[in-house]
Design a protein around this ligand. Structure first.
Ligand code: MRU
Length: 351
């Protein structure tokens, strides 16, 4: 599929006028694709985590907007009203990943600019923009991997949390883009994947994706990370992000914060890999990032079996915020940001 090593997975595709998504809820047991033709289906797919990971959510939402334009009425007023409603529908699917609103707003701008000419032109432009955004995302992930290489030692043993891989992006991955680049440079010894309770993205997705691409992976329970660090078996940590505040605070999958604290205690570098579209300059610090609370049943029930006493209270925040002073560097598509992040992230955005 690609001439780049270890790059074989594309979870978000367009086929016969429909959005085609790899159903990540079923992996690794089944590889099933869903074909979606309406905005409401795309919202549902994002909410239920058929597709997940901030950049992949953004790509799917962009195609969702292309579907909205395709299905909207012909008259110009009705057309724009339907597009605006679709944008709100999609944005409501999940609150933390800023790539969702970013992608939807980008599509609305393109559609509005072209709708003044003709509705047909706006529909065509929407689809072209969704393709461009998705291709760009893969390219940016490859650039993130390249940018990280000066920070990766020989025979690197890398710990990651959740899945910030090809499955979580247009392809190639952010944190796992760093892993792929390290492998391509002959510097990867092992990836340790946290299982990532409660949705098990590490156990189900990171393990599957790295195995598919023939990369070395060892799965660990979330509780094992600290002892592997203490015994000197981890050289660095790299994770993805759903939203990075202007000061460098990083929202990512729940559990990332405690991994960052463990890494700081053991003096192991903790890196974040993300495209610049994940940086939200309108949010000054991490305390202002909205954190999604999901159904407590995700904690209480595993594979259909309740593991808790009936009626016990459970909390299920899906993300946490790692303060910027625990982050050694942020790898982006435009280069590497180092502390102080307020200045370095802003500088990377300069044209
Ligand atoms: O709830 P999820 O699976 O969507 O959470 C995904 C993560 O937290 C990823 O680390 C993040 O979106 C970055 S993906 C490149």
């Amino acid at each position: 599929m690609s001439t780049i090593p270890y790059d074989n997975i594309r979870p978000v595709q367009w086929e016969d006028g429909k959005l085609k998504l790899l159903d990540q809820r079923l992996l690794p047991a089944q590889t099933r694709w869903l074909l979606l033709h309406e905005v409401e289906q795309v919202r549902e797919a994002i909410y239920t985590m058929v597709v997940r990971g901030a950049p992949a959510i953004g790509c799917s939402a962009a195609y969702g907007m292309a579907l909205a334009a395709k299905n909207a009425p012909e008259d110009p007023d009705g057309f724009m009203a339907a597009v605006a409603a679709a944008a709100e529908t999609l944005k409501s699917a999940r609150p933390t990943a800023v790539n969702l609103a970013w992608a939807v707003d980008r599509l609305v701008r393109v559609i509005a600019a072209r709708a003044a000419g003709s509705v047909a032109a706006a529909r065509e432009a929407a689809l072209e923009e969704a393709h461009a955004l998705t291709d760009e995302d893969v390219r940016y992930c490859i650039q993130i991997g390249e940018a990280s290489l000066p920070y990766i030692p020989e025979s690197a043993r890398i710990l990651t949390h959740c899945n910030a891989g090809a499955l979580a992006t247009g392809g190639y991955g952010t944190a796992l883009g760093v892993v792929r680049a390290a492998a391509g440079a002959g510097r990867l010894s092992m990836v340790y994947a946290d299982e990532t309770r409660p949705r098990q993205q590490g156990a189900r997705l990171t393990a599957w994706e790295l195995q598919q691409d023939g990369l070395p992976v060892t799965l660990i329970a979330d509780t094992v990370a600290g002892s592997l660090m203490a015994s000197g078996e981890i050289d660095l940590v790299v994770v993805g992000s759903d939203r990075i505040a202007a000061n460098g605070d990083v929202a990512n999958k729940i559990g990332t914060y405690q991994v960052a604290i463990l890494a700081a205690y053991h003096q192991i570098p903790f890196y974040v890999a993300a495209p610049l579209s994940t940086v939200d300059f309108s949010t000054p610090d991490g305390s202002l990032i909205p954190i999604e609370e999901r159904d407590p049943e995700e904690v209480a029930v595993i594979d259909g079996t309740r593991i808790t006493p009936e009626g016990v209270a459970c909390r299920n925040p899906a993300f946490d915020v790692t303060p910027h002073d625990l982050v050694k560097a942020i790898f982006t598509d435009r280069g590497v940001a180092e502390p102080p992040y307020g200045a370095s992230l802003a500088r990377l955005c300069d044209p």
